[in-house]
Design a protein around this ligand. Structure first.
Ligand SMILES: NC(=O)c1ccc[n+]([C@@H]2O[C@H](COP(=O)([O-])OP(=O)(O)OC[C@H]3O[C@@H](n4cnc5c(N)ncnc54)[C@H](O)[C@@H]3O)[C@@H](O)[C@H]2O)c1
Length: 381
């Protein structure tokens, strides 16, 4: 158990900055209720930071602060410049999104090789389809974890552009594949011992396009090698395009899924629909010794400044941060805080209020976050 946990907060742009303010209040509440001491260091970053400062997408020294932290909470980055286009800038002769450093930069430089994204439908979730809200998917059928390789693949940053051609190099290495696939099997084993919806036997589905892509054939070979070490876990292979259909039509087929970087990026936005949308979806960027927690959504400029963003994804991500720190340092107080956050979010969804409009409610972002904190406070009394 540590006497003090150092957290870096990366607000970013748009609704990222709004939801991280609510996460900060949640951390303060947990500190007051459990006696855990947190040191909080908030680092401005993203497209707006670049527009205001003109050289970098976060201050000098931020990389070192992130590397030294016990954990990182990230809002979301991405902002449009005066020309209406996402702000980007040249780094070593290459164009890069302003906000790359705190998100993809941290994932790569801190070796946060697994992006673990739980996909759960809480009881009472109303799914918004074409402006109408009803329970389409059920908690009994949606309870999976999608794990995305987080450091290479199509986001390796290696590419070139000439007048007539552009390429992005999709790098799939044995080391990165083996680590993330092993993590998937370990999580499947852990989940086998916990109550969960749908299927009972642990299973890891490898999502690939091995009928076409060399990198996917390699990823699948590594998957088969790792799977041999986990005979108690069922093997399953899905082709990415049909997975995109089955994840919506038969989500109960999936327990733990593992895939390469860009497939995972796209599929988890898709799978968030099962949870009630991006306002409910959490991403845990985890390495061996470091971790960064975020909602999977972006900065959603159309919602920014309107008190409309659903803060639950960010607050659930903060709960995952408590769980990771609690497990790592054997700190029961943080594990209790995690349980309280999960139960609080489930209570709001089951009660149907207060919720933001993406879940069929009419409450503002701040009111939802306050209600969640009230529920957490009651549980940590
Ligand atoms: N990790 C990150 O920081 C990250 C991730 C994705 C996109 N981005 C960036 O965010 C910017 C906007 O991208 P986008 O519009 O494609 O994706 P987005 O996730 O920001 O928003 C897409 C839509 O999803 C809904 N949504 C997202 N979050 C919500 C929330 N908390 N509550 C309610 N509704 C929510 C909104 O309808 C929104 O318009 C871009 O600059 C993009 O590069 C950043």
């Amino acid at each position: 158990m540590k006497s003090r946990y150092e957290l870096v907060l990366l607000p970013g742009d748009g609704i990222g900055a709004e939801v991280i303010a609510e996460a900060r209040s949640l951390v303060d509440l947990v500190a007051a209720r459990t006696g855990v001491t947190f040191g909080l260091d908030e680092i401005p970053c993203g497209g707006k930071f670049f527009l205001e400062h003109g050289a970098r997408d976060w201050p000098e020294g931020s990389e070192e602060k992130c590397a030294a932290a016990d954990a990182i909470l990230l809002g979301a980055v991405g902002w449009n410049g005066p020309d209406g286009q996402p702000v980007s800038f040249e780094v070593n002769g290459k164009r890069q999104m302003a906000g790359w450093s705190p998100v993809i930069g941290n994932r790569i430089k801190l070796d946060l090789y697994a992006n673990i994204r739980p996909v759960k439908c809480l009881p009472g979730t109303k799914h918004g389809l074409s402006g109408k809200f009803r329970e389409v998917w059920t908690p009994e059928t949606v309870d999976m974890v999608i794990i995305r390789e987080n450091t290479e693949g199509l986001y390796s940053g290696i590419g070139e552009r000439s007048a007539d051609r552009a390429t992005d190099l999709r790098v799939i290495t044995r080391r990165a594949s083996e680590r993330v696939i092993t993590k998937a099997f370990e999580i499947a084993r852990e989940r086998a011992g916990t109550p969960r919806a749908g299927m009972r036997s642990p299973r890891v589905t490898c999502i690939v396009k091995h009928n076409v892509l060399t990198g996917c054939r390699f990823f699948l070979d590594v998957y088969n090698e790792v799977a041999a070490r986990f005979p108690d876990v069922e093997k399953d292979v899905a082709i990415v395009d049909s997975f995109a259909m089955f994840v919506l039509t038969q989500p109960e087929k999936y327990d733990v899924c593992v895939t390469t970087n860009m497939f995972g990026d796209i599929l988890t936005d898709l799978a968030s629909v099962l949870q009630g949308g991006m306002g409910m979806a959490v991403g845990c960027n985890v390495g061996d010794d470091r971790a960064m927690f975020e909602p999977i959504h972006g900065s959603a400029p159309p919602l920014a400044g309107k008190d409309k963003a659903n803060p639950l994804a960010m607050l659930l991500a903060t709960g995952e941060c408590f769980a990771w720190l609690g497990k790592r340092h054997g700190d029961e107080r943080l594990l209790r805080a995690h349980t309280a956050v999960e139960a609080a979010a489930a209570t709001l969804v089951a009660r149907g209020e207060p919720l933001t409009s993406d879940l069929g409610g009419s409450a503002g972002s701040k009111a939802v976050a306050q209600a969640l904190r009230d529920e957490v406070a009651a549980r940590l009394a």
